[in-house]
Design a protein around this ligand. Structure first.
Ligand code: F6P
Length: 547
């Protein structure tokens, strides 16, 4: 089945939402809480080890009902069905979108071109397990007979961000292997990493779905040359493995057939950490933990596929995001994890969200007349409280935020955990309630300030409040809960793409810059630059003089 192609603004629900928005846009959430004592309970979903509270949003029960109608009218149910059953929903690239198959059960039959892909998926998983076990245990050794101490993941975009984020987030569960990530074409990146490495004990994992990406191939070649200064050609087989769909190109690079971990075209780069792209994750935290990550994601898939929309976590989060993006005209969203382990989470989500839904042509081939993809950004709390929270609290922009917190810390320092969590709760409470003029005056009076001083200071100390947040509260940061969380955002992306009537799984927008960079690179050879605008030409000349 092809995806539905309904312009969301043409639906009855959208028109009703526009009218409804005018009536509710100024409603204060704190009044809604006062009017309905059951609001917090009604707007909370308790699922597995997740407690998702979306009550601190600028919505009424009518808003919620209309948003659900929008999902129905844009045929979200049919679209979910089409995705999970392997229809070619990535139409512009002619591909299925089946990252969910990578975490499905061995007994599930998932068909691509009339063939069940699950046996192949499990074959590769088996290979990942065996290889990880051999490297971690030290049974597989480097060219001088020493066990491996370091693993370097060479990849970019989806072939870097997912594994890098998961390895960093799960570092509590890590084994002795030191992991490194080389992604940027910037030679300083690769050289800085190489500086710390011993060729005798380092394993290189080249990850590239296409095996044509300039950054990855340049870095891989630089690393190969460095390695060959210390070893012989035949030693490459012991130190280099690759993850790719492009087996021929991998072999041409000089990698042993046995060292290739295949992936498939039906896995999009930014959704690929569940495939062999996650090999570095498995090497870093062990296959069992990698498998738990996949199981967590699979549980979220089942929730997303089977639960009614009014209780469906990714669907609700997506609808709320649309409410702010398209009606309040909010341009960005923040994601604030209250754990230092999730420092890379927002960066990871940026590719998933912005590469998927940063589109301006709809599924009928027409320019959209409404806003699509949101900007996403964030940093862990409490650090971010001392960085950009000022703007969220008192700036002029509306920034809906997801607060992600964990009830238990991993190292078990209860004193720190209580302090961390008191901030977690306080921030969403402050964003909701703000601080009124009367409250500010009372507070300043208690400080025995002069009437004049109080008058001057008061406006600066008022907090409007009424800033929307979702609280995604999870028992503990484990491989499984992380798998659920990542899959939750993947499905949120999908739902938004369906409702906005865009194709979420292509990324043609990254091509133009690549083409021009290739043209400029060729021009460096003969040092003559042609067919550039005046600004670019000046910049190129400046580079020529100073390089
Ligand atoms: O940035 C564009 C992109 O195609 C991403 O979608 C992808 O994750 C990345 O480049 C890397 O591609 P590859 O895995 O083929 O090297």
């Amino acid at each position: 089945m092809a995806l539905p192609s309904i312009n969301p603004t043409s639906t009855a629900a959208w028109k009703k939402l526009e009218k409804h928005f005018k009536a509710v846009k100024s409603l204060e959430m704190k009044k809604l809480f006062a009017q309905d004592k059951d609001r917090a309970n009604q707007m909370t979903i308790n699922w597995e080890d997740f407690y998702v509270d979306y009550s601190k949003n600028r919505i009424t029960s009518e808003t919620f009902k209309l948003l659900l109608e929008l999902a129905e009218e844009t045929k979200l149910k049919e679209a979910i069905q089409a995705q999970f059953s392997g229809d070619i929903i990535n139409k512009t690239e002619g591909r299925e979108v089946l990252h969910t198959a990578l975490r499905a059960k061995v007994t599930d039959a998932i068909m691509v071109d009339g063939k069940n892909v699950m046996p192949e998926v499990f074959q590769v998983k088996q290979k990942i397990e065996t290889f990880s076990n051999q490297i971690i245990s030290g049974n597989l050794k480097g060219f001088t007979g020493k066990a491996f101490t370091d693993v370097v993941n060479i990849g970019i975009g989806g072939s870097d961000l997912g594994p890098a984020m998961v390895v960093d987030t799960l570092q509590y569960y890590k084994n002795h292997l030191k992991t490194h990530f080389v992604s940027n074409i910037d030679g300083d990146h690769v050289n800085q990493v190489l500086k710390t490495l011993d060729p005798e004990t380092t394993l290189f994992v080249i990850v590239s779905k296409t095996f044509t990406t300039q950054e990855t191939l340049s870095n891989a070649n630089t690393i190969k040359s460095w390695f060959l200064k210390h070893a012989n050609q035949k030693d490459i087989a012991k130190h280099f493995v690759a993850v790719s769909t492009n087996i021929e190109k991998v072999k041409a690079f000089g990698i042993d057939q046995h060292n290739i971990f295949p992936m498939w075209n039906w896995v999009g780069g930014r959704f690929s950490l569940w495939s062999a792209v996650g090999l570095t994750i498995s090497l870093s935290v062990g296959y069992k933990n990698f498998q738990s990550l996949l199981e967590g994601a699979n549980k979220m898939d089942t929730h997303f596929k089977t639960v009614d929309f009014d209780q469906n976590i990714p669907v609700i989060l997506a609808l709320l995001s649309i409410w702010y993006n398209n009606f309040f005209k909010a341009e960005s969203e923040a994601v604030i994890p209250y754990t230092q382990y999730m420092t890379q989470f927002a960066t990871y989500l940026q590719q998933g969200i912005m590469e998927s839904n940063g589109k301006n042509i709809d599924r009928n081939g027409h320019p959209v007349s409404y806003q699509t993809g949101t900007l996403i950004w964030g940093e862990p709390g409490t650090n971010s409280q001392h960085a950009f929270f000022q703007l969220i609290h008192q700036g002029t922009k509306l920034i809906p935020a997801d607060f992600i917190g964990f009830a238990q810390s991993l190292h078990g320092n209860q004193d720190h955990q209580d302090k961390l969590m008191s901030n977690f709760f306080a921030q969403t409470e402050a964003l909701l309630n703000g601080k009124t003029k009367a409250e500010v005056i009372t507070e300043l009076e208690q400080q025995s300030l002069s009437a004049e001083k109080i008058k001057t200071l008061t406006p600066y100390k008022v907090f409007e409040g009424n800033k929307p947040t979702n609280t995604i509260f999870i028992k503990k940061l484990t491989p499984e809960s992380l798998g659920k969380l990542i899959a939750m955002y993947e499905h949120k992306i999908f739902v938004q793409g369906i409702i906005w009537n865009i194709y979420s799984y292509d990324q043609f927008g990254v091509e133009l810059g690549k083409q021009l960079a290739n043209k400029i690179l060729k021009e460096f050879d003969n040092q003559t630059f042609a067919n550039h605008d005046a600004s670019t030409l000046n910049l190129l000349e400046f580079y020529k003089k100073n390089r």
